[in-house]
Design a protein around this ligand. Structure first.
Ligand code: DX5
Ligand code: ZN
Length: 217
């Protein structure tokens, strides 16, 4: 069963609890938490305090996507009883293996992400250590961008490598996913689909979530 992870980057922060309740009512599986530092990406979003305000207000797990330099310094701040994954960028980690081990050592699952211009094979030596691989289908930094279709080839490549090597990491895609393209993306073999503006940008957030879930059934 494919999972839907709405990104709260596109939520209305003045009513974050209500927006999250709406995605939960609509059947969302995970909350995708986009953390941006204005250095690794050209935008600043929010930090751990905002995410922690949701602890206990929703039953959904957190999927933290750190688009930040030096993630080793901040990862522990994002550990809560609801944090399932913390994902770092390959491009932001000088010692990726160390960063992945650090995330595991603080009690959560570890993910690694690659930007659109970074090939899948750059992860060859870390795939055996990670719980999740996040393929960016836009250049990270902003919601509401158009999907870069080469991400689908990367998904297919990862599915193949995972099988050949007998690994079990989950595959996630993030950026530019809409009701129009989500079917093709699901068919490519992805496990978790992130959607921001296509879920939160609509009048009835619960209904929009339900539409995604129906397609993913
Ligand atoms: C991009 C973020 C995404 C983004 C997705 O930098 O990592 O999670 O919020 O937003 P949409 O679905 O609007 O492309
Ligand atoms: Zn993200």
């Amino acid at each position: 069963m494919k999972q839907l992870a709405p990104s709260i980057l596109s939520a209305d922060f003045s009513r974050l609890g209500a927006d999250v309740a709406a995605i939960e009512a609509g059947g969302a599986d995970v909350i995708h938490v986009d953390v941006m530092d204005g250095h690794f990406v050209p935008n600043i979003s929010f930090g751990a305090t905002v995410m922690k305000s949701l602890v206990g207000k929703t039953a959904l797990p957190f999927d933290v996507h750190l688009m930040i330099e030096d993630p080793d310094k901040y990862a522990a701040e994002f550990v809560t009883p609801q944090t399932e994954f913390i994902t770092v960028h390959q491009e932001a980690c000088r010692h990726l293996h160390r960063s992945v081990q650090h995330i595991k050592s603080i009690g959560v699952k570890a993910g690694v992400s690659i930007n659109p211009a970074t090939p899948v094979h750059t992860l060859d030596c870390i795939l055996g250590d990670v719980d999740l691989v996040l393929i960016m289908s836009v250049n990270p930094g902003f919601g509401g961008q158009k999907l870069i279709s080469s991400a689908l080839d990367k998904i297919a490549e990862l599915v193949k490598v995972r099988e050949e090597r007998g690994l079990s990491f989950v595959i996630e895609i993030d950026g530019g996913i809409t009701l129009d393209n989500v079917k093709a993306i699901a068919d490519a073999g992805v496990d978790i689909i992130v959607a921001g503006s296509a879920v939160f940008g609509k009048e009835d957030i619960a209904e929009e979530t339900r539409k995604f879930k129906d397609i993913l059934k």
